[in-house]
Design a protein around this ligand. Sequence first.
Ligand code: PHE
Length: 453
Amino acid sequence: MENRLKFASKVGLIAATVGSAVGLGNVWRFPAEAQANGGAAFLLLYVVCVFLLGVPVMLSEFALGRGGCSDAIGSFKNLGAKRGWWAVGGLAILASYIILCFYMVVAGWTFEYLWQSVTGVLYAPVEGLTDLNGQFTYRMKEFISESWNPLINTYIMIGLNIVILMVGVQKGIERLSNILMPVLFVILVVFCCVALTLPKASEGLEFFLRPDFSKINTKVALNAIGQAFFSLSLGMGILITYSSYFPSDTRLGKTAVTVSLLDLLVAVMMGLIIFPAVMTFHLEGEGLRGATLVFITLPEVFAQMPLTQLWSVLFFLLLLVAALTSCISIAEVSIAFLQDRLHWSRVKATLAVLLPLLVFSSVCSLSQGPLSHITLCGMNIFDFLDNLATNIFLPLGSIFMCIYMGWFAPRGFFRGELSNGGSLSVPYFGVLRFILRWVAPLLIGWILLSNFL
Ligand code: PHE
């Protein structure tokens, strides 16, 4: 336990954890939620969810991982958890692997769009289609439902993940995050500057930042909680695994607040970019949700701006960085498990986790096209796995994690971790424990049930 490899620096540890948190959730889920649910009113609610629920659950995962000093299952075991508590870690590993299968496919799409932006193919006219929306809709449908092209891109991403992860935690994950996270922030700042000088920037900002509290209801509140958990990468064992690489002097409280603030900052910056852009180019009626936003609406914006290709390349680079650093964090959960439980070498564990994706991710990818006739609960395989993992496994895992840390963890363990063995004061401990014991399990349980009602 003592000689477990750790992140080499505080900055590296934060960069890697923020890299996991900042992903498609910030770029393509948050703006859509904000648009549909009352702009700044949703933002306010979201901020409350992040700090009231997200940070406490993040702190439990951090304490579990650093104190247990192992993978998601091993950390529970090392703490002497009895009566099958380790199964919570098992559920997290399963959820993370399922997410990995389809997240890799989406990461592949971002790679293809980056490539098409570099070569300019994305903006070449499509015969018979004169309007931009029709053109980009056609391009996206054509690409995503084609059998070979998305597969090739998925394989490229799998290869890239293998290379990075094989190199290890310090030299692979940490070093990569140290380079890519600043790149991501620089690109975001550039886009913010450009977006805020667009002709209709103020109207866009007003739309985003004017709170419409009439839109807030219980469903919206549940969305905000779900969005906070997804965006902070909670409930999937990712933060348990990453924090098992935290050195013993890392201040967990400060780290959790920093990571959450940076993740929030990226979400807000995306709002500051997207709303002025869609207002200026009169695209506010278009889809701002998920794939439509990034693969159709934003290319429409770029096509109408000078330096089209430059913006397009920068944006898809940003998306690729966001997706890649999240992908490696998801894969690390299973790799750490195989290394710690079965004592496999890094290389063997990496290959064992990522090579099967050549099959699993292919199935997910093909389910958007040639295999779309196969449905489970009325959804194609891709959407089914997405729903299963994010709407069921993730909240379930988080609830159990809160209950364990709130009620069952060894006496004094949690406080000991938060205070680094008594050297820091933790005045917030009482509130934190109350949230973990009562507020979080009940609220997350409510989300879970509401998915079935
Ligand atoms: N936090 C990531 C995001 O915002 C989501 C994620 C999901 C990360 C699953 C890892 C695993 O996109």
